[in-house]
Design a protein around this ligand. Structure first.
Ligand SMILES: [Zn+2]
Length: 235
């Protein structure tokens, strides 16, 4: 596999990296989407609703393989060694070069726990004596998408051509984002949240002279094989 995207909750991947995932798939890259929790704490929609929506969103992005590790929503712990072992089994099976996940600092504690779990699993997956199924495999890079407490991204991906697909995938989560007076309001259920996401993608796009962009940070410096390939647009 080229990439594995790991989100705490179904819809997290689409919110911040959906355009990039769709772009990679269009370019022929192979990947898997992995949600860690079972949506049992969601204010809107049942866990079954969320599973159906997640499958539809993944098919819109062009990734047929979407999985869920079934951890308890709202209770993700960075010290959950059983969950680390389950993550390692997925890493060793899929053998991704790149892992996308949450930023290290974010508003929802599950998001921060997910980033910490991924970090631990990425390292331990490469240890030959770690007791998990599969042959050792260490993904080469972890890229963190933007969250609610953005720092400066390390790089931006031009997602102008796949932005509409990303919006369509997000709209598949009808229980989360569609106006519905019968359901409780949440911080992400209103139009303001969508406007904020659009503003961020448009702002990041302006910084690379693209219409829409998604930003990512990484702990390690990303190596550049061809500096001239960076000079796609005039500034
Ligand atoms: Zn989330």
């Amino acid at each position: 596999m080229d990439f594995l995207a790991v989100g705490a909750h179904a819809d997290d991947i689409e919110i911040s990296a959906g355009g990039t995932i769709a772009k990679l798939v269009r370019a022929g890259r192979s990947g898997v989407l992995l949600d860690l929790t079972d949506a049992s704490m969601g204010s809107r929609g049942t866990p079954e609703d969320r599973r159906v929506e997640a499958r539809e969103a993944a098919s819109i992005l062009g990734v047929p393989d979407r999985r869920n590790l079934g951890a308890r929503d709202g209770f993700l712990s960075p010290h959950d060694s059983e969950l680390v072992a389950k993550l390692i089994e997925v890493f060793r099976e899929c053998r991704p070069a790149v892992v996308f996940t949450h930023p290290v600092r974010d508003r929802h504690p599950d998001h921060e726990a997910c980033a910490a779990l991924v970090r631990e699993a990425v390292f331990k997956s490469g240890l030959s004596r770690f007791p998990a199924a599969g042959e050792p495999w260490r993904p080469r890079r972890v890229f963190h998408w933007m969250g609610a407490r953005d720092g400066e991204p390390t790089f931006c991906v031009d997602v102008s051509e796949t932005w509409q697909l990303r919006c369509d995938a997000l709209a598949a989560y009808k229980s989360q984002f569609m106006p519905n007076p019968a359901l409780p309001d949440t911080p992400i259920s209103g139009q303001e949240f969508q406007e904020a996401l659009h503003a961020r993608a448009r702002h990041l796009g302006s910084r690379i002279r693209a219409r829409w962009a998604e930003g990512f940070s990484c702990e390690e410096l990303p190596e550049v094989l061809d500096p001239c390939a960076l000079a796609q647009r005039e500034f």
